[in-house]
Design a protein. Structure first.
Length: 256
């Protein structure tokens, strides 16, 4: 019980700290814009300080995620995956796991067999793309991060790591799709698929988005696609349970 309260305090502190840092950063950035308009010159000091507060917010979010212990339903599964990958040949996994996670785990395994580094690097990976997307897309970027944390996506990223690595990339890729930079979008989509194969589902969302639609409709379709993609792990777990308990479906378990 005490441990649960401590964790809750940490997550609440993280939420407020991140929001305050991002709010200060945005206010400083607005001040810089005013100075540019009034005096016709940029204020490098304000810009540096503004980015410093963004870095503080980023570090808080990714370190709390990366330094977690026994948090998330898949924590020990990912720990076990890392241990296996670090001690085996890459070729032994073939297409059972996505290449990005295998390469990250194998690279860490060269220097350390401690799975903490895997959680730190994957947390950095997720937080980096989430922050890049929010800051690029939202004028009130503290609100964007608030929604990411308060809607449960942050805690979800503590469980389904590979999916959220892909989701982070896909969200960032969408910022290029909005600007009609399709080649860059598909490059990031390929990278997302290398983090989790189910990212290919986004191709169907892409076909809907490219048709002439109202902006609100396009945003809704994209958000629904991301939400459905982010829960694929839970759907797969349900299918695994069904395949284990229905005799004629047992042979399909290994494909899930």
């Amino acid at each position: 019980m005490k441990q649960g309260k401590k964790r809750m305090f940490i997550y609440i502190f993280n939420l407020y700290f991140v929001l305050i840092m991002l709010y200060i950063s945005r206010i400083l950035l607005q001040k810089q814009i005013i100075c540019n308009r009034r005096y016709g010159k940029s204020t490098l000091e304000i810009d540096v300080i503004s980015k410093f507060f963004i870095i503080l917010a980023f570090c808080s979010m990714f370190l709390i995620s990366g330094l977690r212990y026994n948090v998330g339903t898949d924590y020990y599964e990912y720990k076990s995956l890392f241990d296996n990958i670090a001690n085996k040949s890459i070729t032994s996994f073939q297409f059972k796991l996505e290449p990005v996670f295998i390469l990250i785990s194998k690279f860490i395994g060269i220097f350390s067999k401690n799975s903490v580094w895997m959680f730190i690097i994957t947390s950095f990976f997720i937080a980096y793309f989430i922050f890049k997307t929010v800051i690029k897309s939202c004028k009130l970027y503290e609100l964007g991060i608030f929604l990411f944390i308060s809607f449960g996506f942050y805690t979800s990223s503590l469980n389904i790591i590979r999916q959220w690595m892909a989701v982070g990339i896909l969200l960032y890729a969408y910022t290029f799709l909005k600007d009609n930079k399709n080649k860059i979008f598909f490059k990031y989509l390929l990278l997302a698929c290398c983090c989790h194969y189910s990212a290919l589902v986004v191709l169907t969302v892409y076909l809907f988005i490219r048709k002439p639609r109202k902006n609100i409709t396009r945003i809704f379709i994209m958000l629904m696609g991301v939400v459905l993609f982010s829960i694929t792990n839970y759907i797969i777990n349900i299918l695994k349970i069904i395949s284990l308990n229905v005799s004629f479906l047992n042979k399909y378990y290994k494909y899930l």
